[in-house]
Design a protein around this ligand. Structure first.
Ligand SMILES: N[C@@H](CCC(=O)N[C@@H](CS)C(=O)NCC(=O)O)C(=O)O
Length: 343
């Protein structure tokens, strides 16, 4: 690292008041902060960030459910080649996400992504260096995913919900027809998708974090009950759909949509991580939720974008070895086996 970069990094650390590994507020509750980079790739004429098959880069963690949404959408839309990805190391420390060191990468076989991938655009060691390159005054959390513009050298967006919408629609003119036709947010299902997203986002996707990061018994109990009450509601959605039509396997019926992608990234982590690490243990998906479990197995085993972009090594190691306040010895539980039940 150059001396100048070291000094800049140090100054930035002093400026940034957020304690990376401290999640709950004084009252014991975890509150997720809004993402700060909210620009968009758009195919509107003269857009600031037009679609381009060579211009953007994605930074993700394989452990992160929000980044996972983007990875799956990218694969479903056939954007894997056009939008290269860099993967941070699964371990997050008091300076946030980092890229693997040269030593860690030494001797690894081609394609071995067990420690992530090196940062290819600037040789950065930390994700936060990208944030400060985009905005030297940045004062938020250094989260993944990050959608980076190599031309303007800035962050287009660090909000996964927005990024998946961009990938779904804005590259279509540049894609082969079969991928352009994949629509995860079809016009006729939008209100139902929005309704399900609302239910799932706060109570399930974020609900497991509010449960796991709680530092008071009252907050924990309130949140864990809310997670399971809403899993019950989702189970009921699947049941009602299938009582009407046996082939309605997805959340909105026969069509796979972003609502499924957004729910999947939490459900696939549920039994292997959230049950024990976040104490979401009133039940398990595989034993208490037969409809959700069937849907999970369908997505994971039958639609390659889901299994291909799910990495249980990163998922399990990240949570259990990064959150020292929750798991001081960093022991990663072996089970449950298998991670997802066989189809
Ligand atoms: N709203 C963001 C949330 C992303 C997020 O919270 N990512 C986590 C990993 S799962 C992160 O990078 N956390 C680092 C930190 O908070 O310091 C999105 O959906 O894109």
């Amino acid at each position: 690292m150059s001396f100048l970069r070291f000094i800049r990094g140090f100054a930035n650390t002093q400026k940034n008041k957020i304690e990376i590994l401290k999640f709950a507020d004084k009252d014991g509750a975890y509150r997720r902060l809004p993402s700060q980079f909210r620009n968009a790739i758009s195919r509107e004429p003269n857009a600031e960030f037009p679609p381009d098959l060579n211009r953007y880069h994605l930074y993700v963690s394989f452990a992160c459910p929000w980044a996972h949404r983007v990875l799956i959408t990218r694969a479903l839309k056939g954007l894997v080649q056009a939008l290269p990805v860099s993967v941070v190391h699964w371990h997050m420390d008091e300076n946030g996400w980092r890229f693997p060191t040269k030593e860690e990468l030494l001797g690894l076989k081609n394609g071995d992504i067990s420690v992530g991938t090196a940062e290819p655009n600037y040789g950065f060691e930390r994700l936060k260096e990208l944030y400060f390159k985009a905005n030297p005054e940045y004062n938020g959390r250094f989260t993944v995913p990050v959608l980076w513009d190599k031309q303007k050298e800035t962050i287009v967006s660090n909000e996964s919900a927005d990024i998946i919408r961009m990938l779904n629609s804005e590259f279509n003119d540049l894609l082969p027809t079969d991928y352009a036709q994949v629509d995860l947010y079809p016009e006729n299902l939008r209100s139902r998708i929005d309704e399900i997203n609302d239910l799932v986002y706060d109570n399930i996707n974020n609900g497991v974090y509010k449960t796991g990061f709680a530092t008071s018994q009252e907050v924990y109990e309130k949140e864990v009950k809310k997670v399971f009450a809403h899993l019950d509601k989702v189970e009921q959605i699947f049941k009602t759909n299938q009582d009407k039509n046996h082939n309605d396997k997805f959340l909105t019926g026969t069509t796979l949509t972003e609502a499924d992608v957004r729910l999947f990234t939490t459900i696939v982590r549920f039994d292997p991580v959230y049950v024990q690490h976040f104490k979401c243990n009133i039940g398990m998906i595989r034993y208490q939720y037969p409809y959700i479990n069937d849907w999970l197995r369908l997505l994971y085993w039958k639609i390659p974008a889901f299994k291909d972009w799910t990495n249980f090594e990163h998922i399990k190691k990240h949570y259990t070895k990064s959150h020292k306040a929750i798991n001081p010895h960093g022991i990663t539980p072996v089970g449950p086996i298998p991670d997802v039940e066989i189809e």
